[in-house]
Design a protein around this ligand. Sequence first.
Ligand SMILES: NC(=O)C1=CN([C@@H]2O[C@H](COP(=O)(O)OP(=O)(O)OC[C@H]3O[C@@H](n4cnc5c(N)ncnc54)[C@H](OP(=O)(O)O)[C@@H]3O)[C@@H](O)[C@H]2O)C=CC1
Ligand SMILES: CC(=O)N[C@@H](CCC(=O)OP(=O)(O)O)C(=O)O
Length: 344
Amino acid sequence: MVHAGIVGATGYGGIELFRLLYNHPDVDEISLYSSSEAGKPYASFMPQVSGWFKGELRPIDEEQMKKELDVLFLATPAGVSGGLTPSFLDSGVKVIDLSGDLRLKNTEDYEKWYKKQASSESLLNEAVYGLSETNRENIKKAEILANPGCYPTAVLLGTAPLASRSDWNGDSLIIDAKSGISGAGKTPSEKSIYANTEENFRIYKVNGHQHIPEIEQQLQWWSGESEPITFSPHLVPMTRGIMATMYVNVDKTAPAEDWMELYREFYKDSPFVRVREDFPATKDVYASNFCDIHVTMDERTGRLTIVSVIDNLVKGASGQAVQNMNIMLGFEETKGLEFFPLYP
Ligand SMILES: NC(=O)C1=CN([C@@H]2O[C@H](COP(=O)(O)OP(=O)(O)OC[C@H]3O[C@@H](n4cnc5c(N)ncnc54)[C@H](OP(=O)(O)O)[C@@H]3O)[C@@H](O)[C@H]2O)C=CC1
Ligand SMILES: CC(=O)N[C@@H](CCC(=O)OP(=O)(O)O)C(=O)O
């Protein structure tokens, strides 16, 4: 049985992790850590757990954590895990980082896009990028895992079947993505408050989003080509969900049905990726670990339209982190994640 710890347990990602781990059949103990609220009952922040969970938030004490934990999740803002993770190297505690700190292998990229000091190169080399469906063999051996960003999860699962093919045309890729507001975390900002989000739809960080280098890095690993992408994120007035709509040029003479078959074959052993017969909507995956994808080709233009939807807090963060824990600890990949989306 596993003792799991969560740093950042009062944030959106940490709360979702607690919900998933509490119901995981192989996790028998969960310790919750807080940098600002240690000593207080978790239920005083989370009335949702009242009556059933009586645990308190604990202070972050690395020595104590190393003695007790099997796996530690860091659901913390950028800039925190790069400082915390080195204490756990060679400790036997597996670390799964939900932030962007350990994803980019090039320190200059991290500093440019995150505007923070990068982690050490040795730590970045140790961290395995955890896009579960495409990197299982390395994830199995990982001690430190960099959980992918929410948008990169949707985009990369939507492009993985194409990007390692010799006819991949990465230069032509355009990504139009939309996210619910919980993607921004729990701290309110001018842009996330009700009056600015309700009945509103906005584009943001055009050509400047921190997930651009993460997507480009993985596409380069697959294709061998360094190709800049066009990525336009939008904020939509919903709580959870991401839809990434992607356009890429392909060979005009290949029939549309062949592309669907390529996706079905690629994901045949991946229970959480569902290649759908029609375009999916965000509520088809709401509060679940599924990523639903559909692809079609316009034979007039020779362009594919690929749509990929996830729940940003589950498959885009905590669900994928639990999926990665399962792979790292040798459990069935689906353990603790076998539930349907909420509907309506
Ligand atoms: N929201 C989403 O959809 C996704 C988020 N992510 C990433 O996951 C991480 C967590 O995101 P999210 O939960 O939304 O963020 P939140 O802002 O909701 O929560 C972050 C938590 O981190 C804790 N924290 C803040 N500063 C520190 C610190 N210096 N040391 C330790 N803990 C600290 C806080 O808890 P306390 O004060 O109790 O310590 C806070 O509750 C971020 O890096 C985010 O970018 C990744 C994919 C999707
Ligand atoms: C809707 C919204 O604001 N989403 C956030 C996602 C942040 C995130 O997950 O950041 P890292 O993956 O870099 O940790 C954003 O676009 O910045």
